[in-house]
Each structure stands twice: as C-alpha cells, then as structure tokens.
Design a protein around this ligand. Structure first.
Ligand code: UFG
Length: 313
C-alpha cells in the first residue's frame, strides 16, 4: 500500500516505517523535525519536512499518525500547545484526508487516556479520566475518530501504548529532553549521567516504587501492521498494547545493571507529580481480535536492544 507516516522521524514512527518498508509498502514520512531526527527516517522512505496541517496525500491509501507532543510534564505547563498540536493538528489532518478521499488511519493513542486506574490490568472499557492535558488531548482525538467513523465512514484504529522500550536495529529513543526511565538509566551506564533519580519509594507496591508495563518497540510496531489491515470503513477500534506484566522502577534498574555491568548509582527523590502507582495493560483484546502476540516480552530483551543501539553496536 501507499502509506503516509506522520512523525516517522521519531522513535516509534521510525520503527513502524522501517517495518512497513520491510513488508513491501511504499512509505512517505511527514515530520516537522521539531523533536524527530532526519537520519532516523529509514532509507527507502520518501521524506517530506512539514506540518500535519498540510499533509502530502497524493496517491496515499492510509495514514499512520504518530506526530504529536508527548511529554506529560510539559503538557501540564503548556496545555495550549498540546491542544493545538495534538487535537487541532489531527483535526486538520483528518479534514485533509476527507478532501483527498483517504479513509484509513492508525492512531498513536496512550495509556494516559485512562488516568488513575480503578482496576488492574486495564481493559479498553475502563473509564477514561486523563490526569494531564497530554492524555486529555489524545483522548479527544480518539473521540473525534469515533465520530468521523460514524459520520464519514472513516476506518480507524487507535492503539493505546503503555511504556514503550527497546530499539529496532539503529532506531532508538533519542529525545532532547529525556524523561523516560530506561534511557535515563542507560545514560548512567554510558557515562552521560552520574546517577539516576528514583521518583518516590513510598508507593503502595511491593518495593515502594512505581510499576509499569514495558513493551518492546518492535512488538508495538508489528501491532500497527495488523491494525492497518484491520481498518474497516465506519469502524473505530481501540486496543491496549502492553505485556500484561509490570516491573517496578527498582526492578528496571536492576536489569539495567545486569545488562550493562555498570553499578548505576541511584538517588532517591520525591514522587513525580501525576505518576500513578501501577499501570499494567490487558492486551487480551488485540491478541484475540488481531492475533497480536509479543515476541520480545522480557524486560532484559528491551534493555539489551536499547543499550546495543545506544552504544552503536
Ligand atoms: N522514573 C524515575 N526516574 C526517572 C524517570 C522515570 O524514577 O529518571 C519513574 C517514573 O516516576 C515512573 C517510571 O519511572 O514511575 C516510568 O516513567 P517514564 O517517564 O519512563 O514513563 P511514564 O510511565 O511516566 O510514561 C509513559 C509514557 C507516556 C504516557 C504514560 C502513560 O512515556 O507517554 O506512560 O501513563 F503518557
């Protein structure tokens, strides 16, 4: 198929673009390079630098939409930025798609649409009560996709990611401001940082640190290829993507020590505002309906691949 991948110069978008090319699709990457990197666009993809408000849709049969602002903390400080980019930008993209007759979209949604969960693991019918503008803006897009599917016959699939980790060959997480746990821990192993902060050890979890559901970016990316096939006119499907198993911050750091052989000094700090104690996904629906299965579910696989890509191996 001829596909447009918005945000394909970013971490997850570049991995999905690479897998789409491997599967024989024709890929155009659209990215404004505000957080992405030109050299992360896989060879073989056409690259257009620009905004999602003016997408190159000529001949395109479906869109995979990753381009977004995605920092929870920044969203609390600058909510307008998140509403205008994530919701406003996506509505402009959807309108352009309607004009050009492109009626399939796979959308990067997030576990942050759920907020603090009532039950674990989180299923897709759990209440959506986002606790920050990032999650709220993504939820608003999900709501718009449901409406566009019903009104205009759009075929849409939203994938709600939990904690994405690992690398796919050279394609890895590279943020100017790094807030995520695994890349921050690995920066200690490579000497870029002296220590890693643990945000809170007084949570109601077995070791007092937050528990998250880590999913390998290669497994996550494969789900997008299945989602693309599952886009059906008039339907909006929503799937959680995680492993269904949680690891605490301390467990993650311990695995990083084993993989890197570095002692990784730790500094215990206060809780980070807005962090729920436990976030674990039920991926039962996507496994049942689309036949998705994680292949690199071990945390060690994710840390090994992230470390190898970081060290250029
Ligand atoms: N953490 C630390 N030290 C760090 C970084 C993180 O202790 O230096 C802790 C956090 O407090 C949290 C855990 O490690 O308990 C994981 O934090 P991340 O920042 O790696 O990931 P989050 O769970 O906060 O965020 C992820 C996605 C978001 C998404 C959210 C859904 O990155 O995009 O899940 O809740 F919104």
């Amino acid at each position: 198929m001829r596909l447009l991948v918005t945000g394909g110069a970013g971490y997850i978008g570049s991995v999905v673009a690479a897998q789409l090319l491997e599967a024989g699709h024709e890929v155009t990457v659209l990215d404004d390079l505000s957080t992405g990197h030109r050299d992360a666009v896989p060879p073989g993809a056409r690259f257009v630098e620009g905004s999602i408000a003016d997408p190159p849709l000529d001949g395109v049969e479906a869109v995979l939409h990753f381009a977004a602002k995605s920092l929870v903390g920044e969203s609390v400080e600058k909510p307008g930025l998140y509403w205008s980019h994530n919701l406003g930008g996506t509505l402009a993209l959807l309108d352009a798609m309607r004009r050009e007759g492109v009626n399939k979209i796979v959308f990067s949604s997030t576990a942050a649409t759920y907020g603090e969960p009532e039950r674990t693991p989180i299923t897709e019918d759990a209440p959506t009560r986002p606790t920050n503008p990032y999650g709220a803006s993504k939820l608003a897009v999900d709501t718009a996709l449901t409406a566009y599917a019903g009104l205009h016959g759009l075929g849409a699939v939203s994938l709600r990611y939990f904690n994405v980790a690992g690398a796919y060959g050279p394609y890895r997480e590279r943020h100017a401001i790094e807030t995520h746990l695994i890349p921050n821990v690995l920066k200690v192993a490579t000497g870029e940082r002296d220590e890693v902060s643990v945000f809170g050890t007084d949570y109601p979890t077995p070791d007092g640190t937050c528990v998250r559901d880590y999913i390998h970016v290669a497994d996550l990316a494969r789900a997008h290829l299945l989602a693309l096939e599952a886009c059906a006119p008039g339907e909006h499907k929503v799937y959680n993507l995680g492993n269904g198993a949680g690891f605490s911050v301390k467990e993650v750091i311990e695995v990083c020590r084993e993989v890197t052989g570095h002692p990784i000094p730790v500094k215990v700090g206060p809780r980070r505002p807005g962090d729920p104690a436990i976030l674990v996904a039920s991926s039962e629906r996507i496994q049942r309906e689309l036949g998705w299965k994680p292949e690199r579910a071990a945390l060690r696989d994710m840390v090994e691949d992230a470390f190898a890509a970081l060290s250029g191996k």
